[in-house]
Design a protein around this ligand. Structure first.
Ligand code: SF4
Length: 289
């Protein structure tokens, strides 16, 4: 496979064929994100991608999932996406699910009919980063889209019949804005009704603006139990009618995997027990991205 730079995938794509169709992220300006720092975005040429599909067909015939890397494969023009999905279907007939990251910005270029076509060609799992339900915070963090835009594009993804996974980040509001961030994030997740909501906990990355803000004291990073308190408030305001609420990433202090709405009360009780000192929380040194 022809890989270049950092290859990043969602945890739930650990057993997937990783097909790199772009290098880096077309936005690459989120203040907290060091995934593709210094990497120049480009779309890989079709011949290389097709060559990798053929390689996967020869060497990975057992894998039933495929993930389109890097940051946002949905920036590809429709003709390129169509040709690629057709090739995947032809050469990798065992693949039952193709997934991709998608931003509200890249989805803006796809009509509902085009999304439905992509779904019919096999693209059935889309991962979107909401990060926060707080518009002011999204703007401060350099996100290109507002909450209403993200919610609108998430709705189109779901209406096209794709599964939707949404990531949010505890800690992003800092020590001052955590309550507003947590409440609005829970409310946005409720409005989105994703199949899966995943809450990470913020870890500043060297080389990012956020790292500098922490260093110069202009951003106060919530620590340990403060992050747990924030996650609890987010969960309290999240009312999903179905799907999973996850906080089982390596960055999280208290691992949670909740089937919603059934397990919500259990999740809140687990977090309460951690806040009361009745359950251990992950030490800082054990956390990672
Ligand atoms: S968070 Fe996503 S959109 Fe923002 S810079 Fe990182 S990869 Fe790009």
């Amino acid at each position: 496979m022809h890989y270049e730079g950092n290859i990043i995938r969602p945890p739930s794509e650990a057993d997937s064929i990783l097909l790199q169709v772009t290098v880096g992220c077309s936005h690459n300006r989120c203040a907290f994100c060091g995934a593709y720092t210094g990497e120049r975005f480009r779309i890989k040429d079709e011949a290389t991608v097709f060559c990798d599909i053929d390689y996967a067909a020869r060497h990975m015939p057992m894998l039933r999932r495929l993930f389109l890397c890097d940051g946002d494969a949905m920036v590809l023009p429709m003709a390129r996406l169509r040709a690629m999905l057709v090739r995947i279907r032809e050469r990798l007939p065992q693949v039952a699910r193709v997934g991709s990251y998608a931003s509200a910005r890249s989805l803006r270029g796809k009509s509902p009919a085009e999304l439905a076509e992509l779904r019919s060609l096999g693209l059935s799992m889309v991962y979107m980063g909401l990060e926060s339900g707080d518009d002011e915070l999204l703007a401060r963090m350099g996100k290109k889209s507002c909450v209403a835009d993200i919610l609108d594009k998430a709705r189109l993804v779901r209406e096209a019949g794709m599964k939707l996974s949404v990531t949010v980040i505890a800690g992003l509001g800092g020590s001052e804005g955590w309550q507003r961030h947590a409440r609005l994030t829970g409310e946005a997740l409720t409005a989105m009704q994703p199949d899966q909501a995943a809450s990470l906990s913020l870890i500043p990355v060297p080389g990012t603006p956020l790292w500098d803000w922490v260093a110069d004291g202009s951003f106060s990073l919530p620590q340990g139990l403060d992050m747990v308190r924030e996650l609890r408030l987010t969960l309290e305001h999240t009312n999903m009618e179905r799907g999973l609420f996850l906080a089982d990433h390596a960055s999280n202090h208290v691992p949670l995997r909740l089937r919603m709405p059934r397990d919500k009360a259990r999740g809140l009780a687990l977090l309460d027990a951690a806040l009361a000192g009745e359950r251990p929380i992950k030490p800082e040194r054990a956390r990672r991205l």
